[in-house]
Design a protein around this ligand. Sequence first.
Ligand code: DGJ
Length: 724
Amino acid sequence: MPTHAPEASAAFTVLHGTHSSVVLEVRPDEAPLWRYWGPRLPDHCVPLAPLRDGRAIPPSSMELDQPLTVAPTFGVGWYGQSALLAHRSGRQFAQQFTACRIETLVPGQSIAIHLTDSVAQLRLVLHLALDANDVLQLRCELFNDGADVLDVHWLAAGTVPLPGDAQGVRSYTGQWANEFQLQVDALSRSLWQRENRRGRTSHDSFPGAVVTTPGATQHTGTVYGAHLAWSGNHRQAIEWLHDGQYQWQMGEWLAPGEVRLAAGESLQTPTLFASCSTQGLNGLAANFHATVRSRLPWPGGRMRPRPVHLNTWEAVYFDHRTEDIRALAAAAASVGVERFVLDDGWFQGRHSDQAALGDWWPDPGKYPHGLQPLANHVNELGMEFGLWVEPEMVNPDSQLFRTHPDWALQLEGRPLLTMRNQLVLDVARPEVADYLFTQLDTLLQNVPIAYLKWDMNRDLTTAGDALGRPAYRSFVHALYALLDRVRAAHPQLEIESCASGGARLDMGVLVHTHRVWTSDCNDALSRVSIQRGALQFLPPEILGAHIGPAPVHTTGRSQSLNFRAGVALSGHLGIEADVRHLSDEERMALGRWVGLYKQLRNRLHTGQVWLGEAGDGVLWQAHGDAHASEVLLLVYRTTPTSHRNTPPLRLSMLRTAAHYTIERLDPTPPDWTSSPLNDAALAAGAQQALPPTAHGAWLAAVGLPLPRMNAESALIYRLRLVPP
Ligand code: DGJ
């Protein structure tokens, strides 16, 4: 990596991505100073002057200037948020790194920063890498080199600078069936922070955010994003600093007493993924998508085309009757389903959500010969067989709990608090992990299961281990280990991370699993915003998106097949409905959408995704770019029009010097014409006449004309590059 030494005391470590750069000012006796993280600098751009001792000391300030470092510490001249808060029985509460060594791991791409505090007797090794997707990865490990216990309250996975013109923070709030609700806050001199103490990633506080600068849009301008790859408690904070810039920290939120490092022990943080894009929110999403794609643990190392699912949950809930389920499988196969997932309700004594979690063998009343006959039937119909499990949980009313009541996380003297009537197992206990592995392994050995839907339906409370210590982080590590153990024993298995829908949806779990259940809400209108939020960080092919019933079970709204299927096309498509009772016409229409998904999935699931708004309640999602031979366009009208004429839709990702053919692909078009309020002229207006070809520059500058659409309807277009 290029290292410059404008004067003896300072060196600059520079990492370049494709469109972004990082510059650190390094000295042997302190933590490196953050000099830059932002849009790409030219290769040989030498920093103007060292910051250390280069700034005038303002009045009423310490004589020692303390600029932002990669790991600011408390108590020795830094007044902002610290990357580390620790002490030894109330002493040694201040830290300061006194030695620094930079180790090059991959030249120009990744380094390890070795920091030592000889007074506090600790070391911090900070890994920092900037990949070709412009995603900066930061994580660190803290070593206790002292003789006494080191109590750690906070250790940021990373600290990054943000420029002084950083303006707004886009983070996500929500709840069950309503995840990824965008929350936009203005940055100011007040501390911005969000914390999650629910023990799982949570519905209401996604561990990530995007910071915008003035003028940034979906497609243009400089934006910064960060995400903590962790499925437990977390904290993120953005703080204004007195030199006008901001610092951004993210890490695990630690419960009191959760990390007490004995002599020689260490603490590793999860990885913080951060990225800077000059191509607006879509450019940022593309960076994250590329990095997530490179980390997904696909069996055989490559993603297969994402099979169409049918999940039995909303079709039968707990009411499993063999003949009904077999008929459901046959009906699913008839509309083109490729993976049939048997959801909750199949195991010993599971007739409602009151009982049975922990007893992971087939209920003999429902499946007298086990699951094998059903799985064989599903396979004979040409589909893979998938199975729902919720391994980390136990109902008090279960054989497992009656035998091992001490296996549940609990606190002496406190009531066992249930949520959905269930408790959480202390998966970090080896005997608990062994029990769960054996149960899952037995199922996987005896039944041809290609896929596990791995659910997790409650937050953690009274999360104490057998010794009464907080077990939040050990729980997450144990979960990851269990997932890996199951995958190692069954390498062809794919696993979905589900947690009452989208409560465990993060890049941490996504190196152990292959898909997330984005939300329990299958309402297409709600799904538009949920999916667009998730797409800011995660690629579409891993976001479960199902065509639900009408009316929708979670919201009561009814939507056309056109809208439900058009919105599900945006992710990994499945069906969450009882397809046994469809009319022939409905079955054929559903089959046509499934067929369209199969035809388009290679394009939908690779390359860049663009999100945009045409105005007047029209949102769109495009797949492909100027290099692609075709671009797919999913258009959603979410609200009734307030215009006489729908605004055209501008497509900036097209090749401007080329022509495109444009075709409509939606197999069941928006149902505008059937409304009794619409006269013939309007109905005719809904039938859009498209020119045979259009110029890319025209479509980018003026836009694609759109027909009239009802609220809650979708249009699907394919734009094909005309060969020159
Ligand atoms: C919550 C999940 O999100 C649903 O899809 C379903 O699997 C239920 N749990 C089953 O209990």
